[in-house]
Design a binder for this molecule. Structure first.
Ligand SMILES: *[C@@H]1O[C@H](CO)[C@@H](O)[C@H](O)[C@H]1NC(C)=O
Ligand SMILES: *[C@@H]1O[C@H](CO)[C@@H](O)[C@H](O)[C@H]1NC(C)=O
Length: 399
């Protein structure tokens, strides 16, 4: 018996060592996960045909099977999809989407009627997406024709996804925001490369709302709007080792639009670089809003020619700035370890509403203007807190 097995292995290795290895690999892989390659569901990957139905069929198979399931988007092909909705809840204990190839959006004139997103993933838990592939949004076909009041789709939207991991992907040229995260808990985004032209409108890298425990790490974000916009209902949000620029910095808000009651707390940004961005560390709230922004820190931040490196703006309303109107309560905000250059004199601006901001801490800050004609300065309004070692001087902080 044993001799027979050995003989068989010997013969197999002699005839085809590769076959033997492949078989062995296949057995191991198949045992731990079931693979669904979109090609086997009639995806063409020729850059022109719409592959949405093939992706949906492969997704349904993966989602409805038990155990660990893997959806494979193979290398060397370009898959056009339209308004793809990958919905859970799934039976699978976890799903892995391997994006090895390229997914592209149609041009603006080929979109269907729903213009909210290219891909929306909803109610899927324990989802991992990676693979080194790309999602390209063809945003240049939108930006000029469809500007201010014309809603442009997001590239990828996650809704109600807990235990999410997204890494090692290249996302580019979204018509609107690249990734939006709503109502998710325990999500991690790392080794991401997101890029669109610096002047492309509202192309945030990440928009986040109503979510908790979300981590962004080790990524390069070069886009036309916020690198991260932390919006209402978000807490325990961490950003580490991000390179941001061009873009509008890492922003909290805007919050309190149309007198809304909104809250954000525990946002911690550390070891990030802002290169040529319009803002650096920014908190923006509208007049008339209520709620709070608290327990925020920006630490160890490198600046290169950054406009508004440190900015609290509680008069974020373009129409009628009114210093008498209150806004959200801002408290316990630390800006520590900022080093580098601001694009002009506005290095630190703490423009709080009439109810004031409290416990604002500034320490170990050294910001000089990269424009020799404009000396870096600090200005404040109704800001209360503590100033440690800070260049430029901040005489305007209240006790
Ligand atoms: C393969 O799956 C079976 C059944 O689930 C399990 O008992 C076995 O330990 C697995 N083998 C490996 C190598 O993972
Ligand atoms: C605060 O914002 C208002 C409205 O934009 C502006 O008029 C005022 O000069 C700002 N104050 C500071 C200290 O920047």
């Amino acid at each position: 018996m044993q001799g027979g097995v050995i003989a068989c292995i010997l013969i197999l290795s002699f005839v085809s060592p590769c076959l033997c290895l492949n078989k062995w690999n296949f057995v191991l892989e198949a045992n731990e996960s079931t693979y669904h390659n979109v090609i086997n569901y009639e995806a063409k990957g020729d850059a022109k045909s719409d592959n949405s139905n093939a992706f949906l069929s492969a997704w349904k198979k993966a989602c409805e099977a038990e155990g660990k399931q893997t959806l494979v988007i193979p290398n060397g092909k370009v898959f056009m999809v339209k308004n793809l909705e990958l919905n859970g809840p799934c039976k699978a204990s976890s799903i892995h989407i391997q994006i090895l190839g390229k997914i592209v959006a149609p041009s603006m004139d080929q979109w269907g009627s729903d213009k909210t997103h290219l891909i929306a993933i909803s109610k899927v838990n324990s989802l991992t997406i990676d693979g080194g592939g790309q999602i390209e949004g063809n945003g240049q076909t939108w930006w000029e024709k469809c500007n201010k009041n014309c809603p442009r789709p997001r590239l990828v939207q996650f809704r109600f996804c807990n235990d999410l991991s997204v890494s090692s992907l290249h996302m580019s040229n979204s018509p609107g925001a690249h990734i939006s995260i709503n109502n998710c808990e325990n999500a991690k985004f790392f080794n991401m490369n997101i890029n669109a032209p610096g002047d492309s409108p509202n192309t945030d890298a990440y928009d986040i709302s109503s979510s908790k425990n979300v981590v962004f790490e080790d990524s390069t974000l070069a886009i036309g709007d916020d690198c991260i916009a932390v919006n209402a209902g978000s807490s325990f949000i961490y950003a580490n080792r991000l390179k941001c620029g061009p873009g509008h910095g890492i922003s909290i808000g805007s919050l309190g639009k149309n007198n809304a009651h909104e809250t954000v707390e525990e946002v911690h940004v550390k070891d990030c670089t802002f290169i040529g961005t319009k803002n650096g560390a920014r908190i923006k709230t509208w007049e008339g809003g209520s709620g709070y922004v608290r327990k925020i820190s920006y630490e160890n931040i490198k600046l290169e020619n950054t406009r508004n490196p440190i900015l609290i703006d509680q008069h974020y309303s373009t129409k009628n700035p009114n210093n008498g109107v209150t806004s959200l309560e801002i408290s316990d905000v630390t800006f520590k370890g900022f080093k580098g250059t601001s694009a002009d004199e506005k290095a630190i601006t703490l423009n709080c509403s009439s109810n004031g901001c409290f416990n604002i801490k500034l320490d170990q800050i050294n910001i000089v203007s990269s424009n020799p004609q404009k000396k870096a300065q600090a200005s404040c309004s109704n800001a209360h807190g503590i100033v440690g070692q800070v260049i430029p001087d901040v005489p305007c902080m209240l006790k």
